[in-house]
Design a protein. Structure first.
Length: 541
């Protein structure tokens, strides 16, 4: 067999079922080998989107997603999605074609050192230097991608090596159980002593709880502790929004009501939290002592003063802690939580253009208990993070690591491939959607019934919001849009416009009954952005 066929055999041994990518001249030998395998190749319309799809496939399946590009511009296009996967801790193996080894030492067509280009944005980056080492390289890439904390790895595959003959008897490397750290006792630990001394502890819930499938034991822990819980945007769902201890989501550009709860705390217990989700300087300006509980050691940051940390499997750590901790309930924090809840649960006008709060409420209803909503990046992400109510993980997906526009549609496509039985929606701004909306064609081709809601205002809304706050004006943020309904139709999708085709709820109901992709053009009134900022600025005098 040739090296490309051996490579594909290794991918199959890793359990790879799907690869997302764009064909190119330097990866045609690998593509031919894939065509003879049981792996499904999803042809996308842009390499960035292929990486986004692979990342969501990896996050939801628990095994590394795979994406493929050619060399040069294909490989550089894919880098944005790969950087996003690494920062969001989604397991991905990125494969790039590369020029033949005999031309790598000199200036050559489309040739850059891809191993070095990918190194800063991946957990590992390497090149196939001979066909005989392919099993080792593939196994290492998948193992490193999936071990905590997950992220992207990269393999460069030169075209001449892909064609070279290899010994068909070269053994494939199988997976092995990783070594894990199990805390054996917490009774004499610094973590327990810090919790016992605290009078006003607050828990920050990060994405790691969801990733470790530790939601149930986390809820047992916080209920025993009796402390308020604030979630990062990526941690939403680890505790129900209606729970008595839920203090809702942090991450608004402004200081929100629940920041006061953190400010009053004398100990912050960060569980499954990564500083890429929200910089500690945003929520801990006074440098309140922190307990770090995660599967990995903490990052060094002056606003993250860790006084004790517990590293190991979250389920084991939290279970042992829950058995030992005292109840440290404190009163008074609920007033700030209740003020936030009043705004979240308020009823807003349904006149066009819609208030963002009204759109969130409609999407919350449409998503339901079993659906999945994928938020792209923009002002709408802030409103969804603040107002969308969750009861469990994997209802609302927000990228708050790399936060790249274009994340939403691609992630929704991957999710629908994995979970055809669940309703899948994407919320995107008009700025984000036209970054890489060409893969709406991919959704049409695959006949995926997903719903894409475009929050249309003709501006880069989040940047306009920040500009208005900083300088009282917003230059260079406005743009024109095509007719989004006609654009959807041109792609072969159903296009609906709120107002013209009924209310937003009616449009969402029509979308649910469709057997293919639906794009909903929804005008939004982002004057609410500055109104919210003003309310928060004046809260409490």
């Amino acid at each position: 067999m040739n090296a490309a066929e051996r490579f594909v055999a290794c991918l199959e041994a890793e359990g790879v079922t799907h690869i997302f990518g764009v064909p190119g001249e330097e990866n045609i030998t690998l593509l031919d080998a894939i065509s003879e395998s049981d792996i499904t190749f999803i042809t996308t319309r842009h390499e960035t989107n292929a990486a986004f799809m692979a990342a969501m496939f990896g996050r939801l399946s628990g095994r590394a997603g795979v994406c493929l590009s050619t060399l040069g511009p294909g490989a550089t296009n894919m880098m944005t999605g790969i950087a996003s996967a690494t920062m969001d801790h989604s397991p991905v193996v990125a494969i790039t074609g590369q020029g033949a080894t005999w031309r790598q030492h000199k200036a050559s067509h489309q040739m850059f050192d891809l191993v070095e280009m990918y190194r800063p944005i991946t957990k590992s980056s390497t090149s196939v230097v001979s066909g005989e080492v392919i099993p080792e390289i593939v196994r290492q890439a998948f193992a490193q991608s999936c071990c905590d904390k997950p992220g992207a790895t990269h393999i460069s595959f030169p075209e001449d090596i892909a064609k070279a003959d290899v010994d068909a008897k070269t053994p494939l490397l199988r997976d092995s159980e990783p070594d894990t750290l199990h805390p054996t006792s917490v009774k004499d630990s610094a973590v327990l002593k810090q919790i016992e001394q605290a009078e006003r502890p607050v828990v920050i819930a990060g994405f790691g709880i969801n990733r470790s499938e530790a939601t149930a034991v986390f809820r047992t822990f916080v209920e025993k502790l009796g402390a308020p819980v604030v979630e990062t945007m990526m941690g939403k769902g680890v505790i129900s929004s209606q729970h008595a201890l839920a203090a809702h989501t942090i991450g608004l550009p402004n200081t929100d009501y629940n920041q006061r709860i953190l400010d009053q705390s004398d100990l912050i217990i960060a569980i499954g939290y990564d500083i890429t989700e929200l910089p500690p300087s945003k929520w801990n300006p006074d440098r309140t002592p922190v307990i770090h509980i995660d599967t990995n050691r903490h990052e060094i940051d002056q606003y993250y003063p860790v006084v004790a940390n517990l590293v190991g499997p979250l389920s084991d750590s939290l279970r042992l802690l829950a058995e030992a901790i005292p109840t440290r309930a404190w009163e008074g924090w609920q007033a700030d939580r209740d003020k936030l809840r009043q705004e979240i649960q308020a009823t807003y006008s349904m006149a066009l253009p819609l208030h963002p709060q009204s759109i969130v409420r409609a999407l919350e209803t449409a998503t339901g208990e079993d659906g999945m909503l994928f938020s792209d990046v923009g002002a709408h992400k802030v409103w969804l993070g603040r107002h969308f109510q969750t009861t469990r993980p994997n209802q609302l997906f927000i990228s708050n690591g790399f936060s790249s526009m274009g994340y939403g549609l691609s992630s929704a496509i991957a999710a629908k491939l994995l979970h055809p039985e669940r309703r899948v929606l994407c919320a995107s701004g008009d700025g984000a959607f036209l970054m890489n909306g060409q893969d709406l064609e991919t959704a049409v081709r695959l006949k995926l019934p997903i719903t894409v809601i475009i929050w249309r205002d003709g501006t880069y809304g989040l940047i306009e919001w920040k500009q208005q706050q900083a300088y009282g004006r917003a230059p260079f943020t406005e743009f024109d849009n095509p007719d989004l309904v006609e654009l959807a139709t041109a792609f072969g999708a159903l296009g609906l416009r709120v107002g013209e085709h009924g209310s937003l709820s009616n449009c969402l109901e029509q979308a649910q009954n469709s057997d293919g992709p639906v794009l909903i053009d929804c005008p939004v009134d982002y004057r609410e952005n500055l109104k919210l900022s003003e309310r928060l600025r004046t809260y409490g005098g």
